[in-house]
Design a protein around this ligand. Structure first.
Ligand SMILES: [Zn+2]
Length: 271
């Protein structure tokens, strides 16, 4: 599943290819994604210039003078820069073609992604306005996280994965950050001290920055149509390593179920 680092890398990867360009046409081959793609897109977007490409959480925004295209990659979506000669594959559901014939193409085999249109500021959209702070921004603070967590009984891992608390901390990054911070994932969020939240905030910022940095160096060329979506895996210290030795103490990494999610942790280093 594309996580925040992949979406950030996609944002940086496609922006230079489409920013400033004028949309020539929109092709919707399969409108039924997570929600139906609004048909109005085909009428409104042609003739509009992409003024900016930006990201909020895992949502990508293509800004124009009259509105914004909101894209979410869902479980399996990917964006690429295609050319007219490139073969359209089975799961290539949306094309936005520009006047220089370059095409922004959305592929989404599982169709849990979304392509939406809004004439209002996209940050006010109902899917987006209640999102928590960006983890790599100064808005994501120890004090904020600590205060919000008081009296919360739910597990700290579930707490930091809630996009209303902070966006973009998926299962892998939550597991890794809790390991680095030495916090047991099942501990009640309200019982974690401020000092430990300080370590956790630093760890979340670090794991996400490292993944984005790695994405910048290892990710596919966005113009290569043969490429796989190119989600990247950084060196993981606990995630997916059950029964293997902890990199710090050598004890066997454990796994447990938390809700629908599998959690990996070291019972010696994380308390
Ligand atoms: Zn350990």
């Amino acid at each position: 599943m594309p996580e925040l680092p992949e979406v950030e890398t996609t944002c940086c990867g496609i922006a230079p290819h489409i920013t400033g360009k004028v949309v020539k046409s929109v092709t919707l081959r399969h409108r039924q994604l997570r929600w139906p793609i609004p048909a109005v897109l085909k009428r409104r977007l042609p003739g509009q210039r992409i003024e900016q490409v930006s990201r909020r959480g895992k949502y990508l925004f293509l800004h124009t003078a009259i509105g914004t295209v909101i894209i979410h990659l869902g479980m399996s979506g990917s964006l690429r820069i295609a050319q007219k000669k490139d073969i359209v594959e089975k799961h290539d559901h949306v094309d936005i073609e520009f006047s220089d014939k370059c095409i922004l193409r959305l592929r989404d085999p599982r169709r849990f992604g979304a392509v939406l249109w809004t004439q209002h500021p996209p940050t006010q959209h109902k899917l987006i306005r209640s999102l928590g702070p960006e983890p790599l921004s100064d808005d994501f603070t120890v004090e904020g996280l600590f205060q919000t967590s008081r009296k919360r009984q739910l597990a700290v891992k579930t707490f930091i994965m809630d996009s209303k608390i902070v966006v973009g901390v998926g299962n892998i990054y939550a597991s890794e950050a809790l390991f680095r911070a030495g916090i047991r994932p099942s501990t009640a969020a309200g019982r974690v001290s401020k000092l430990r939240y300080q370590r956790l905030v630093s760890a979340i910022k670090a794991v996400l920055s490292e993944a984005i940095k790695q994405g910048g160096t290892t990710l596919r060329d966005f113009t290569n149509s043969d490429d796989k979506p190119g989600y990247f895996q950084q060196k993981l210290q606990v995630y997916g390593r059950d029964k293997q030795p902890c990199v710090i103490c050598g004890a066997a990494i454990k796994r447990m179920q938390q809700g629908q999610r599998t959690t990996y942790y070291c019972s010696h280093c994380q308390r």
